[in-house]
Design a protein around this ligand. Structure first.
Ligand SMILES: Cc1cc2nc3c(=O)[nH]c(=O)nc-3n(C[C@H](O)[C@H](O)[C@H](O)COP(=O)(O)OP(=O)(O)OC[C@H]3O[C@@H](n4cnc5c(N)ncnc54)[C@H](O)[C@@H]3O)c2cc1C
Length: 396
């Protein structure tokens, strides 16, 4: 969408501000997930530039530019947010703060939280002071998430939480968890679920890291053993946590869909032009990929505009998540094929992360986390295409 005349001063202001405040070291791609800034109670910055970049964006409210100013946001209109995004992309600025609080919990609190909860949690999230993790999946409740068994028993002045979660990303580093619990075991499975927030430092919370195929351990098994949770830390109505959970999943899928936009706009063809001249089959595969990547970029821009203006179909996050994660897997399959034996390197002097093989293996999880590709296809088939879906419909 082209700028209107009214937008031009804002674009000039953003450009000038970024020139001054975005350190040169914070421009260009990060060196893998390990290089991200996650904030938290005890934040770990890779260098001083990363700290300054996060603090500068926090001070402007631009870690969450579309949130209201009173909750720590930038209070920008959707048009201004688009300009900020474009200007950040123009200088290849890194994300100043990776945060499940920003991408998942915040939107759910804005919709379902009490005024007190919004004032308590949202500014902390915007400032990156608390690192959150997501307690949804359990050993027997993944695609069928509503089968979850972690209990929160009403003890009068508090909830008592017992149970186990699994695949909890960064649980061992998180300060707080947003957690789905069963508060009414007698109710049908989609009811009787409540959405609780609690401190991971509470007595009775333990985590055990799980090692991934890539050699990293970005997630954990998480155990709750008589964890006391204050009564006012339920988001939404008691027993209606499924509504909050589903809403948040839409935002999680949007966040994951961002990986569809990774890589230079010119595409793989431009990056590997010299290698492709000699291999017509690979050249055709790369050309087909680059066309699909461009189509995804265009679709994504349209979808984001529709989401911001409230015109999005509820199934849109599933469409974007499915397309993005399958595209990203293809991107890395091709990169492995293109770079030849160099891609087999596992350890290197440069870093333990960021090598093609580890990144390629990590992409396998992209089409599982946030609901698998099969689950997204079932949702699209049922809710968008009105097709009959064979077997049990997954509950995520
Ligand atoms: C990298 C990564 C990070 C994650 N982070 C988190 C996190 O932070 N917090 C969290 O709570 N969870 C997290 N998860 C868990 C994730 O949400 C689940 O793995 C996912 O929902 C699938 O559940 P499952 O693993 O139990 O597989 P299952 O549900 O057992 O599925 C196994 C296979 O069967 C298929 N299947 C199942 N049911 C159906 C159906 N009805 N129709 C068609 N096919 C079906 C699935 O598509 C899949 O291929 C993460 C997962 C990964 C890989």
């Amino acid at each position: 969408m082209p700028d209107s005349h009214a937008d031009e001063p804002f674009r000039r202001e953003v450009r000038a501000w970024l020139d001054t405040h975005c350190p040169p070291e914070m421009r260009g791609p990060a060196d893998g997930e390990e290089d991200h800034c996650w904030g938290g109670r005890n934040p770990e910055f890779k260098n001083d530039a990363q700290r300054r970049w996060m603090e500068a964006m926090v001070a402007r409210g631009w870690t969450v530019p579309d949130w209201p100013v009173e909750y720590g946001g930038g209070g920008l209109s959707s048009g201004q947010c688009r300009i900020l995004k474009q200007e950040l992309a123009r200088i290849e600025a890194r994300n100043p703060l990776f945060s499940f609080g920003i991408s998942m919990l915040g939107p759910a609190l804005l919709k379902f939280g009490t005024e007190e909860q919004k004032h308590r949690f949202l500014p902390e999230i915007a400032r990156g002071e608390i690192r959150w993790c997501q307690g949804y999946s359990e050993p027997n409740a993944g695609s069928d998430l509503a089968a979850l068994q972690t209990r929160a028993d009403d003890k009068g002045d508090h909830w008592l939480v017992n149970g186990q979660k699994i695949w909890t990303s960064h649980a061992d580093k998180a300060d707080w968890i947003f957690c789905l619990t069963r508060t009414d075991p007698a109710a049908p499975k989609h009811r009787g679920i409540s959405f609780l927030l609690f401190d991971m430092a509470s007595p009775g919370v333990t985590t055990r890291p799980i090692r991934l195929i890539s050699g990293l351990s970005p997630f954990c098994e998480t155990f709750f053993d008589d964890v006391r949770v204050p009564k006012d830390q339920v988001v939404g109505e008691v027993g209606k946590g499924w509504d909050v959970a589903k809403f948040l999943l839409g935002h999680e899928r949007e966040m994951i869909a961002g990986i569809g936009l990774l890589g230079p706009e010119e595409g793989l063809g431009a990056e590997f032009a010299d290698l492709l001249a000699a291999d017509p089959i690979l050249r055709a595969e790369v050309a087909a990929f680059d066309v699909d990547a461009l189509a995804f970029r265009a679709m994504s821009e349209r979808f984001v505009d529709e989401l911001k203006s409230g015109r999005a179909h509820p199934v849109q996050p599933s469409l974007m998540k499915y397309a993005a994660t399958e595209l990203h897997k293809r991107r890395h399959e091709l990169r492995m094929a293109l770079a030849g034996t160099a891609t087999l390197e596992w350890e290197s002097e440069r870093t333990t992360f960021g090598m093609p093989a580890r990144e390629w293996l990590r992409t396998k999880g992209n089409s599982i986390e946030g609901g698998t590709s099969e689950v997204q296809l079932s949702i699209i088939a049922k809710r968008l295409l009105n097709l009959p879906v064979a077997g049990a419909t997954p509950s995520t």
